[in-house]
Design a protein around this ligand. Structure first.
Ligand SMILES: [Zn+2]
Length: 496
């Protein structure tokens, strides 16, 4: 038996996902078990394990004729044992992803009426229920509308949006999330203790980071590594984790930041050969980039590059699913990092199909001319710029890291009671506009300019000098303004 099977949780209290454990424990305590459940969550998050435990709970002989609260399965009685062995005719597991299912579900409607043979209750566990055909769903719906007393339905799915609302609304929904790194480590600890494997916490943490929040994947990796010996060898660990391992991700990120495009391309080439998993790599890269970004802020260095990188990695992660080459969005994100002073000269790069449309700075600048007149406070952008230094000073006193973030924004113009800041990344925008942070920022703004609010606009690059658009003689590309704008201005001039 594999580690995952051997160390499957046997009680609700042993479930590795904290939130699921709490929800199910409280329904046990209250003695309220629904006649139908919808378990929603990613692969390897423990849905089937939880379903089998529930099947045992309602059938365990200790729980028969109980009126107040259920206990965990005893594991000893006949019912518990046949279910553990998977040999009970009354626990029916259907995999909707396999063929011939429509008939199964149609027949189900007939067969569900028949009393259980062996156990107190029949339990139907339907895996990947979103794959059921519409005819199948109709049959299922009729069954759920008038559920027989002696049946429990547990529908499991990785894609809840594909389950018809009529079905979902008749089930008690339990959300299984991706496991946190801590939760995967906790689950691996049980194996390490049980199998007497010598592995320190850091090793387990590294394995957990490579799993994309899946317990099953974690167990599989640990099993592969432990096959080489009970004392975990660093070189084996690196070999099995491959590109998802911490040292190689670090090297990749460093190559990207130093714009060593050759090395980035070469690494991705190797990864394709070893069929590295794109979602896992995306998470590992993000974790590392986040740490680096925080280090920059702590050490008062500019985190701008990491902010941009985090932004493009988040965008790239979105595209992994729809890309026929799952690693490609990540490769593009890493290859398109721009360093300070490395201006892009080719417009084709900024039109990468993998970066979302960004608002053209041109519009913001022309807005500038108009909106400045409507300042409700009588405050001009010049006043804001004059007070900017003292504002940053107050900010540093009240919140150092937030001040670090604000050093990267540029006040652009005043609009009503709001100062409009230019930011270069969505991440930055979201951080600053978060309610708690907004409050802190506005408090300090008030000390300099009186009661004011602010809003952020996303621009490609911080605009340090604002050229006059009416001036025909301005050569846009050399202005220190972003290239996108330059190209647009040039295009305007050419095409009128
Ligand atoms: Zn029992």
């Amino acid at each position: 038996m594999s580690f995952y099977q051997t160390y499957r949780p046997k009680k609700i209290a042993e479930l590795d996902l904290f939130s699921v454990r709490e929800v199910l424990l409280s329904s046990l305590a209250s003695g309220k078990i629904s006649h139908a459940y919808l378990f929603v969550g990613p692969r390897g998050s423990g849905k089937t394990s939880a379903a089998r435990i529930l099947a045992q709970i309602i059938n365990c002989q200790e729980n028969q004729n109980k009126s107040d609260g259920f206990s965990e399965p005893c594991g000893q009685c006949e019912s518990c044992q046949v279910i553990t062995k998977g040999s009970s005719v009354d626990v029916i597991e259907i995999d909707a992803a396999s063929n011939g299912l429509v008939d199964d579900i149609r027949e189900l409607r007939e067969r569900v009426r028949l009393a259980p043979v062996q156990l107190a209750k029949k339990v139907y566990i339907i895996d990947e229920v979103h794959m059921v055909s519409s005819a199948g769903f109709n049959a299922l719906l009729k069954t759920l509308e008038e559920p027989p007393e002696h049946a429990l339905f547990i529908l499991c799915t990785t894609e809840s949006q594909k389950v018809p609302e009529t079905i979902a609304s008749r089930c008690a929904r339990v959300n299984f999330t991706k496991a946190t790194i801590e939760e995967v480590v906790g689950s691996l600890m049980k194996v390490v203790e049980g199998e007497k494997i010598e592995a320190d916490r850091e090793t387990l943490q590294e394995i957990a980071e490579a799993t994309d929040g899946s317990f099953r994947e974690g167990h599989k990796l640990l099993e592969q590594i432990a096959a080489f010996g009970k004392k975990i060898d660093r070189s084996i660990l690196t070999r099995i984790l491959g590109t998802a391992g911490r040292p190689s991700v670090k090297r990749l990120l460093e190559a990207a930041i130093s714009q060593d495009t050759e090395l980035v391309i070469k690494t991705f080439d190797e990864m394709e050969k070893t069929s590295a998993k794109a979602p896992v790599l995306a998470t590992s890269l993000l974790i590392l980039a986040k740490t680096e970004m925080e280090n920059c802020i702590r050490e008062s260095r500019s985190p701008e590059m990491y902010l941009k990188l985090i932004d493009s990695l988040i965008n790239a992660a979105d595209k992994i699913k729809i890309s026929p080459l799952p690693l490609l969005p990540l490769e593009i994100a890493l290859l398109s990092i721009e360093g300070d002073g490395h201006e892009r000269s080719k417009p084709s790069k900024t039109e990468s199909p993998l970066t979302e449309d960004k608002p053209a700075p041109v519009k913001e600048i022309s807005d500038n001319k108009v909106t400045q007149k409507f300042s409700a406070t009588g405050l001009s952008i010049e006043d804001v710029k004059t007070g900017w230094g003292s504002f940053l000073g107050y900010m540093s006193e009240s919140n150092g890291s937030l001040a670090g973030m604000l050093r990267l924004v540029q006040p652009m113009y005043v609009e009503g009671k709001a100062v409009v800041f230019s930011v270069t990344s969505r991440f930055q925008q979201e951080m600053l506009e978060r309610e708690v942070k907004r409050k802190v920022i506005e408090e300090q703004m008030a000390r300099v300019w009186g009661p004011m609010t602010f809003r952020c606009v996303l621009t490609d690059k911080i605009i340090r000098t604002q050229p006059s658009l009416e001036d025909e003689n301005v050569a846009p590309v050399d202005d220190g303004v972003d290239t996108v704008q330059g190209v647009m201005l040039t295009a305007e001039k050419i095409f009128g």
